[in-house]
Structures are given as structure tokens and as C-alpha cells.
Design a protein around this ligand. Structure first.
Ligand code: SF4
Length: 654
């Protein structure tokens, strides 16, 4: 046991070859990078500094921030929030790393995994839904009865404990919600799952959460509301993702589905079910119907505009006329009036909840149509599915100012870490410039630590300099030939990473027969099985090959022989014509900067590093990385991709 109370933080005593960790974990290896990181994290927390640490694979990042965090939480008697992007990492921290440290350190701490409020069932709403029963839902009552039985037995009361999948409509009617909770006045308060979890969070020194929950909390804190109890410091792992998570929290998303979900919850004309499906609510039902008609007109108009638009879907203020928000307002006011005259407190709560959702929808539609947030890009997306789902979306040109305001200006010290924060070798910390600029970090300490693995021995990168460029017509055939060659070289065991689903499908069609003829299992993202299932099968069948797009470039951990070959088909530049990217490019130009070098290239380098990083997950892993995009050799900027990754053998293929 080790106790640092009143002493300076001595990394050797914990991380050294004869330190505390090595005593508790015989396979432990002393890594200078881990010690450097732990010292830097401790100093930053202690001295109230923000810190960005890029730590290569194998540094042992999690212990390097957990141990200083536990020490600071103890010294300052405060709570620290640790946020990660993936559930895999949250589970590793809460089920493995923190219990290990609790046994090792003389530090009687509690760590709790925070879940969003909507993950918990609300006993009061479940009781109400069961009471109202058949008239409320399109779905059958069996699920509701099953939920009721589950709620009697579950300890946790959250979605992850259910073991079956209630429809979104049913779950949204029984989940715990801010603004639809009676708190201490609720008869279920003492046994309430959400509040029980909240009390556990309040007694914890370490809260583990995901980035989405962190940002929901940060945004609400700006309005003096919070989801999580107070915390003094924030540690963000997988920090390369915070820009994208923040984007979602500072933009708008108005889909046909979102509107239908609210209106059908009130009254579904087809099934004649919903909260208002009662004779005494006939007047309000008429208001719902006129809203539904207005919804159809509005989205038809948006669809017509989208089809006629010769651009990329970017909108101008008033690009269609607002034929819907007045109807939503009337319905909202109608529901509020109705709620005012109702005795049943639960029914009143439900009506007010719908009124609140309609208020949010009305405000979002008005804001979108007027483009009242000038720092956002506004655009329309239409999915080419059967229903041609239409979505009105907006996102900040640069979320840096928003992140700075709600995160860096609010907390004394924020630690940000990932294996991919830097965009090149740089000098004097300049390699952090892109990350800092996109995320609103002004005054911060920085540390870049390479991997302790021997990449020179473990990896060979092959570049195909003579292939046509990816946009050339001849690329697909030539690249398919190379994929066959390199898959044969490693007898499968490969990830083939694409930059779009369309490209992935094209190659899956071209190569499907070849894989069958060679008895190699080909796993294709988007062809039925979900991501977790694909990964499970890939790990099980060590000779299989996985074709993946976006989500397989990062956060996937396949150590050992199952993965010995990563083929990068195209340098991962974002599509420049996408409205958000195009808007950002224009915005950067107006500032007199070069958007390619200040935005598109660094963003692609970060993603390239993520893809490259899939190969080596332990010091015994070996394999090849193949780059089929010849621009890495022919263009001047190609060098920047190579200099940004761990130093390894790079060979130009003949
Ligand atoms: S306290 Fe709130 S969340 Fe809990 S059961 Fe009651 S109303 Fe639902």
C-alpha cells in the first residue's frame, strides 16, 4: 500500500521497476514515457494548468492519469471527472484499472460510471404508462408488462441491464427525464433508480463518463442546470474526438422523424393511439392533425428545394417558407392550457413534457430558417433510403469558442490525451497547433510522447507510388489487384479501410468472388451485422478480412495474429463539397489562411494516424500497413503523413 498524503508525488515509487505497480502486477514494465506523463498530469492538476498529452500506443496512458487524479482528489477532497469517447475504454477504467488501483493504493476512493438520465427507467412514468395502457402506444402491451417485471427485479434500472430492446416509443415514454421528474415529491423517490445513481455519483471521487454526457452537462451548466454533481477537474481521454462531439451539441438537428415522433406520441392518425387518444381531448387532437398536415407540407417543400438545388444542400435564410412553426405554437399553447385544467398529476406532467418538446422544436425551426446563429453552417441532408429521410442540420464553423467557454474557462485544469493529437513532428510544440485551434485551447502545457514499442522492427509500411490517383477511373481495378496481392502476403488477417461507404461497396462487389475462391472470410461493414458482431467474428477467425469505413479507423483494438495487415485505400481527406467542410473552407479563406494546410490536411493526418494505429496494439504485434493512395509519394504534403506516424520502415513497392 502506498500513501502520498503530504508528500510530493514520487513517480518512481509507483511507476518504477521496483515501484508499487510492479509489486501488484508482475508483468508490469517500467516505461519512461508513462512516468513522464504521470508527472506532467500531476503537475498540471496541482498547478491548475490545462495540459495536452499525445501518448503513443503502449505508454500506459490510463494509469498515467488515474494515479495522479486519485492523489489530487484525495489531497483536495474533490471530485474528478474522466471522460472517454468509447464504451470500451469506460468499461476498462471502471471494471479493470480502477479496481486494481483501489487494491494497490492506500486511497479509499469510490469511482462510479455516469450514465445519461435517459438511460434510467422512471418508476412513476412506467406506472402511468401501464395505467393508461393500450391507448397510449402503437406497440403491444407485452413490452410494457415485460418492462414492469424487469423494473421489479433490476438493481440498476438502466437500459444496459434490460436484456431486450423496448421500442424507442415505449422507452421514451417511461425513461427518466429532466423536467418530467417530481424529485422529492415523487412517491418513488427513495427507490428511484436515477436518484439512487445520482447519490452514488455524489459520494464518488472519480466519475467516469462519455464525451456526449460531459458536453450535455457542460452546455446545461451554462444555463445553471447540471446533470452531474460538481467536479473540480476534467480528464479527457480519446480527446481527438471532442471537436466532433461538441459540434453535435452546439448545432441543430431537425428531422422529419423527430417531428413525427413528438406528434405521433400525442396522436397517431393511423393507429388512433397516443397520449391524447381520449374523447375529452378531441380539440387538441385537431391541433395535432393540423400540425401533421403542416409537417407534410413543410418537408415536401424542403424536399422539392433539395432536388431543385444545384449546390451541396447549403441553405440561405428563408430558403423555404415557414408553414409549420405557427401550428406547433398553437398545439404547444393548447397542451399547456389543457394541462392547467387536469387533476391527474402524472397526466399533467406528460402533457407539459410534450409542450416543452414542441417549444424546443419550434425554436429550432425558427432558428434554422432565419440562420440566426451566424457562426454556424446550415444545410439539408436527404438520405437515399426508401423514405427519403430529410434532415435540417447546422453545426459551428469552428466549435473552439463554444468549447473554450464551457470547458477551459470553467475548470482550473483540464487534461486532454490521445494517441493522435499532433499533426507532424513540429518544433516547440507547434504540432499541437491544429488541435488547440480547433478546440479553443489558448494557454496550456503540452507533452508529446512516442510509443515504447519498436515500430522499426514491428511494422513495414508499403506505399504503391505507381497507382493512379484515387479519383482516376483506372484506380479501382489497379487498387483491387494490390488488395489481392497484400491479402495473399499475410494470408488474410487484414483491415481494409475506406473513406466512404460507396467506395467500400464498390470494392466488396469487385472482390467478393475472389475471397470466396480463396476461402477467406470477407466481413463487410454495413452488410447486416453490427460493428461489435463484425469485430467478434474478425477476432475469432484469424484469417478473415474486414472491409470497414469511418468507425473502423479508430477505437478498435485487435491485438495478436488476427490483425497483421492494415490497408489504407485512400488518404482520409474529408469530402470538400460537404456543406460543413465547404463552409469551413470558405470561412478560413475569409481569414486570409490557406484552408488546405490549416484545416483539411491536419484533419486527414489525425485520421490517418488513427488508421495506422490499428495495427500495433502490443509489443509482440507485427505486420504491414499498405497505402494505396499514390499521393502520399507524389505530393509534397505526402511527407507530412509519414512524419506524423511512429518511425517505421517505409518501402516503395515496385
Ligand atoms: S423521482 Fe423522478 S425519475 Fe424517479 S421515479 Fe419519481 S419522477 Fe421518476
Amino acid at each position: 500500500m502506498i500513501d502520498f498524503a503530504g508528500q510530493d508525488f514520487d513517480v518512481e515509487e509507483i511507476f518504477g521497476s521496483a515501484g508499487a505497480i510492479s509489486k501488484g502486477y508482475p508483468a508490469y514494465e517500467d516505461r519512461p514515457q508513462q512516468k513522464q506523463m504521470a508527472s506532467a498530469v500531476y503537475n498540471a492538476l496541482h498547478n491548475h494548468r490545462h495540459l495536452a498529452v499525445e501518448a503513443g500506443t503502449g505508454v500506459g496512458k490510463s494509469f498515467a492519469y488515474l494515479i495522479p487524479a486519485l492523489e489530487i482528489a484525495k489531497q483536495h477532497e474533490c471530485r474528478i471527472l474522466i471522460s472517454t469517447y468509447t464504451i470500451t475504454l469506460q468499461e476498462q477504467l471502471i471494471n479493470k484499472d480502477l479496481p486494481f488501483l483501489s487494491r494497490l493504493l492506500d486511497n479509499n476512493f469510490t469511482a462510479v460510471l455516469a450514465k445519461g438520465r435517459n438511460n434510467f427507467v422512471c418508476r412513476r412514468r412506467l406506472e402511468f404508462a401501464t395505467r393508461r395502457g393500450q391507448g397510449l402506444f402503437d406497440s403491444d402491451m407485452a413490452t410494457l408488462i415485460r418492462l414492469g417485471n424487469w423494473a421489479k427485479q433490476t438493481e440498476d434500472g438502466s437500459l444496459s441491464d434490460i436484456g431486450f430492446s423496448p421500442s424507442p416509443q415505449i422507452w421514451q415514454s417511461v425513461m427518466s427525464e429532466h423536467g418530467n421528474c417530481k424529485g422529492r415529491n415523487c412517491p418513488h423517490f427513495n427507490k428511484c433508480f436515477y436518484w439512487r445513481n445520482r447519490r452514488r455519483l455524489e459520494s464518488a471521487q472519480i466519475i467516469v463518463a462519455n464525451h456526449a454526457l460531459l458536453f450535455s452537462d457542460l452546455v446545461l451548466r451554462q444555463q445553471n442546470v447540471s446533470i452531474l454533481p460538481e467536479y473540480r477537474y476534467v480528464i479527457i481521454d480519446e480527446a481527438h474526438n471532442i471537436e466532433h462531439v461538441a459540434e453535435d451539441h452546439f448545432g441543430l438537428n431537425i428531422s422529419d422523424g423527430r417531428v413525427s415522433f413528438i406528434l405521433n406520441g400525442l396522436y397517431n392518425q393511423k393507429t388512433k393511439k397516443g397520449l391524447l387518444a381520449r374523447a375529452e381531448y378531441a380539440e387538441a387532437v385537431e391541433l395535432v392533425k393540423s400540425c401533421q398536415n403542416a409537417q407534410a407540407d413543410f418537408f415536401k417543400a424542403v424536399g422539392r428545394w433539395f432536388e431543385a438545388d444545384r449546390g451541396n444542400g447549403s441553405t440561405r435564410p428563408g430558403f423555404v417558407s415557414d408553414c409549420i412553426s405557427e401550428h406547433i405554437k398553437k398545439l404547444r399553447l393548447g397542451l399547456a392550457k389543457l394541462a392547467g385544467g387536469i387533476e391527474d398529476a402524472d397526466e399533467k406532467f406528460e402533457l407539459l413534457r410534450f409542450a416543452e418538446m414542441l417549444g424546443g422544436l419550434e425554436a429550432d425551426i425558427k432558428s434554422f430558417l432565419s440562420h440566426d446563429d451566424k457562426d454556424c453552417v446550415h444545410w439539408v441532408e436527404s438520405e437515399k433510403n426508401k423514405r427519403k429521410t430529410i434532415t435540417l442540420q447546422s453545426a459551428p464553423l469552428n466549435p473552439a469558442a463554444n468549447i473554450k467557454k464551457c470547458l477551459f474557462e470553467e475548470f482550473e485544469s483540464v487534461i486532454l490525451t490521445s494517441a493522435t493529437l499532433c499533426t507532424g513532428e513540429g518544433k516547440g510544440g507547434q504540432e499541437f497547433n491544429y488541435f488547440a485551434e480547433r478546440n479553443g485551447l489558448d494557454d496550456f502545457d503540452k507533452l508529446k510522447l512516442g510509443s515504447p514499442f519498436d515500430y522499426q522492427k514491428q511494422v513495414v509500411m508499403y506505399i504503391e507510388p505507381d497507382l493512379p490517383e484515387p479519383n482516376a477511373a483506372a484506380f479501382a481495378e489497379a487498387a483491387a489487384e494490390k488488395i489481392r496481392k497484400y491479402i495473399k502476403q499475410t494470408s488474410g488477417s487484414a483491415f481494409v479501410l475506406f473513406t466512404s461507404y460507396q467506395m467500400l461497396q464498390q470494392f466488396a462487389e469487385m472482390l467478393g468472388d475472389w475471397f470466396s475462391e480463396n476461402s477467406i472470410e470477407l466481413l463487410v461493414q454495413g452488410a447486416g451485422a453490427d460493428r461489435a458482431e463484425l469485430l467478434r467474428r474478425f477476432k475469432e477467425d484469424t484469417g478473415s478480412v474486414l472491409f470497414g469505413t469511418d468507425s473502423f479507423w479508430q477505437g478498435v483494438d485487435v491485438p495478436g495474429a488476427a490483425l497483421s495487415n492494415v490497408i489504407i485505400t485512400k488518404l482520409p481527406f474529408a469530402v470538400p463539397t460537404h456543406p460543413l467542410i465547404a463552409g469551413r473552407i470558405e470561412h478560413i479563406k475569409t481569414k486570409g489562411q490557406n484552408p488546405f494546410f490549416s484545416y483539411q490536411l491536419p484533419a486527414a493526418i489525425i485520421k490517418f494516424k488513427q488508421g495506422f494505429g490499428r495495427l500495433i496494439r502490443s509489443k509482440t504485434d507485427t505486420g504491414i500497413v499498405v497505402v494505396l493512395d499514390s499521393r502520399i509519394a507524389s505530393k509534397g504534403y505526402g511527407r507530412e503523413f509519414i512524419s506524423a506516424i511512429e518511425k517505421c520502415r517505409v518501402e516503395m513497392a515496385d
